[in-house]
Design a protein around this ligand. Structure first.
Ligand code: SAM
Length: 174
C-alpha cells in the first residue's frame, strides 16, 4: 500500500553510499524532505550547518511544505548543498525547487526510471545531471528485502565525481 506523503525512510547504509559523490565540505546543507533526519545523522560531519524541513509535524526540523514558495523566505542564503530522498511522486518539483536556492550542488536519491520518462524529457534536456550513481543492490524503503524499482543518486553542480558511477551497500544484520 502506498504510504501517505511518500514516507519511505532510507536505511543509513544506503545514505552512506552518497559519501564518495560529495566533497569533504558541504557547507550549509538543506534537507527539504528530511523524514526522521537520517541524512543529517550520516552526513552531518561534513556540514558547517544543517537545516531540515518536512511537511509532517512528527518528522524532524521545520514543519513546512518545501514546494510552497513562502518556505524560501525562512532561510538565510547561501544554502550550499540541497540533499535528500524526495517524495518520489514529487521528485522533479523538488529538484526544480532546490535549484531556486542557487546552491553549489543538488544531490537527490530518485528512481532511475525517471530518466526515461517521456513527460520529463524536456526537464532532462534542460538539466542533465552531472553524476548518476545507480545504487546496488536495489534498496528497500519498507524494511525488508530489495525493492522492485532501481534507484540512483542524481547530482548537479559542484560534485567531485562526474558521469555514471555505481555505488554499493550491504544491509546490516538485524
Ligand atoms: C521518501 S521520504 C524520505 C524521508 C527522508 N529523507 C529519508 O530518506 O529517510 C519523503 C519525505 O518527504 C516528506 N514530504 C512529502 N511532501 C513534502 C513537501 N511538500 N515538503 C516537505 N516534505 C515533504 C514526507 O513527509 C517524507 O518524510
Amino acid at each position: 500500500m502506498r504510504q501517505d506523503r511518500d514516507v519511505y525512510l532510507t536505511p543509513p547504509e544506503v545514505v552512506a553510499t552518497v559519501l564518495p559523490l560529495l566533497p569533504e565540505s558541504l557547507g550549509t546543507v538543506l534537507d527539504p524532505s528530511a523524514g526522521k533526519g537520517v541524512f543529517e545523522r550520516v552526513l552531518g560531519d561534513r556540514a558547517s550547518a544543517w537545516h531540515n524541513i518536512d511537511i509532517l509535524p512528527e518528522m524532524v526540523g521545520l514543519t513546512a511544505d518545501f514546494l510552497n514558495p513562502a518556505t524560501r523566505s525562512v532561510f538565510t542564503l547561501p544554502i550550499d548543498s540541497v540533499i535528500t530522498n524526495p517524495p518520489f511522486s514529487l521528485a522533479q518539483s523538488f529538484i526544480e525547487e532546490a535549484f531556486r536556492y542557487r546552491p553549489k550542488r543538488v544531490v537527490m536519491l530518485c528512481r532511475l526510471g525517471l530518466l526515461a520518462s517521456q513527460r520529463r524529457y524536456p526537464f532532462w534536456q534542460a538539466h542533465p545531471p552531472d553524476v548518476v550513481a545507480p545504487i546496488v543492490p536495489r534498496p528497500s524503503f519498507t524494511g525488508g528485502g530489495t525493492d522492485l524499482y532501481d534507484y540512483a543518486w542524481f547530482g548537479w553542480g559542484d560534485v567531485p565525481v562526474k558521469g555514471i558511477r555505481w555505488v554499493r551497500w550491504t544491509a546490516s544484520r538485524g
